[in-house]
Every structure is written in C-alpha cells, then in structure tokens.
Design a protein around this ligand. Structure first.
Ligand code: 5RP
Length: 267
C-alpha cells in the first residue's frame, strides 16, 4: 500500500484496529432530518468522541470548523430524495479535485445491489475507486437498501459487501443482521456497521454493536441511534467504550445511565 493510502487508512482505523465513524449525511436525501436541522449543533458536542465524520461537502463547509476537524469521510454519491421516484437512482456528486481540495481522508459511495439502478450505482463505485486510488484516497462503499429494510439479512448483505470489495472499496459499511460473521467471512476488506433507524432502547444498540464486533466488524458508522437519543453525548461515550474498550452491553448501559444524569452532558 502506498504511504498516502496507508496514512489515510490509519487516520480512520485506530491503533486497536477499531473505528467509530459518525455519519451526519442523512440530509442529502432526507432533508432536515430530526435532530440534524442545524448540523453544527449536532456535531459540536459529539466530535471529540468519534474517529471520523461522514458528511457531504455542504455540511462540511457550513457546519465543521476546518481548524479542529476530525478526519472526514466525504459522501460523494447522491442525486435522489425520499419523495422522488427511486432512492437508488444516484450518481457521483463530487469531483476528485473537490475531494482533494477539501482534504478528505476518504470518500463514501452508496451501492444498491438488486435495485433497478444496480449497474449505475456499482459503476459509480468503480469510477470513484479509479479516481481515488490514483491519489491515495480510500473509498468506503455503503451497501444501501433504500426503503426496503427487509433486505437487512446476511445473504443479501454478504453479496453486496463482497461485490463492493471486488470493485475496490477499501472499507465496506453495511447493516448489522443475524449471523453477521457470514458477511465478514465473505468480505476481504474491513466491515463497519450502520445503525439504522432509532432502536427502542439503548441496550439494544449496545447489544447489536457488541455482537457485530464479536463477529468480525471493525467498528461502526452509526448516526441516528446517537444523535436522535435525548442524551447523545452519554450515548456516544458509552458506545465508544463498547468499540474501543471492549465494554459489555450491560456495562455500557450502566455507563450511559450514569453519564446521562451528569448535568453538563444533558444536551
Ligand atoms: C445514509 C447513510 C448513513 O451514513 C448510514 O445509514 C448510517 O447512519 P444511521 O446509523 O443513522 O443508519 O449512509 O445514507
């Protein structure tokens, strides 16, 4: 691996081999998502506890201070919306010059395997890999399921992740599901878990993250279950302990409950 690629990968994946990416990219197809109406307010208190931010260039420019940013994974696919005909109908949104200008540590591209736009989204990934490999920037593939959340099962996700890796993704982001190890076993590059819609309880989040790590995931790219929680700082700190300190789900839950009572962490 070239020095630049290696350096960027090591900014994303910490010395313990784990990572916590914080996605704030939902507005690119959902508009002003609950708790992301003012992204800068969401990001600021959480920034110290994540290893990288996953954002579009619009949020990066308007909500993140260049002086004290964490490594940035720039979302570079888009062009569809929740009210449009098909969420899978994406293209590449950001040029390689812009990616370099914004000093992105990595970029993220969604793929929609099995959708009407499977081919286009896979070629978006392949095209971005060709551009980014030339300049030593890793591409993270996002295995998207559009509105069909029932696709969150191991056979389908293993297929998507393997295809993403074969096309050159350096990291693959997918959903946690039962038998998560089947995804990891079939994927030759590191796999991180997305959080999905907000869970009923915090314990559920700690449990699935812990299970995924035990089964070979290297970390998370987890948003709504952090910043839609009424105690986002307590939540990110407890989750960080699961990822970087091997905390148990019950231990993390105890930690969350104790942190949320601290006055300065309540916002
Ligand atoms: C949206 C994304 C998000 O980054 C991803 O889904 C993770 O966020 P969450 O934990 O809220 O699901 O790619 O397209």
């Amino acid at each position: 691996m070239e020095w630049g690629m290696k350096n960027r990968m090591s900014q994303l994946i910490q010395p313990d081999g784990r990572c916590f990416f914080l996605p704030i990219d939902h507005g690119y197809f959902q508009g002003p998502t609950t708790c992301l109406e003012k992204p800068c307010r969401t990001i600021e208190p959480l920034l110290p506890y994540c290893d990288a931010l996953f954002v579009t260039r619009g949020v990066l420019r308007s909500a993140v201070k260049p002086e004290n940013a964490k490594p940035v994974i720039l979302r570079v696919s888009g062009g569809a919306s929740v009210v449009g005909r098909d969420l899978a109908h994406e293209a590449l949104t950001t040029s390689i010059e812009e990616i370099i200008r914004l000093n992105a540590t990595a970029v993220g591209v969604s793929i929609f395997v099995g959708s009407d736009y499977e081919h286009e989204s896979l070629m978006n990934l392949a095209d971005m890999v060709n551009l980014c490999e030339d300049v030593g920037i890793p591409v993270m593939a996002v295995t998207a399921v559009g509105k069909e959340l029932e696709k969150q099962e191991a056979r389908y996700l293993a297929l998507s992740c393997r295809i993403a890796a074969e096309l050159g993704a350096r990291v693959v982001k997918t959903y946690w599901c039962k038998n998560f190890h089947r995804i990891v076993e079939g994927c030759p590059v590191p796999v991180v878990m997305a959080g999905g819609p907000k869970c009923e309880t915090e314990l559920e989040v700690f449990e699935f993250v812990h299970d995924g790590l035990r089964r070979g995931a290297i970390g998370v790219n987890l948003g709504r279950n952090v910043w839609q929680n009424p105690h986002p700082v307590a939540m990110i700190r407890a989750l960080r302990a699961v990822i970087h300190e091997d905390e148990t789900p019950k231990g993390a839950w105890k930690m969350f409950n104790s942190l949320k009572k601290q006055k300065k962490l309540r916002s």
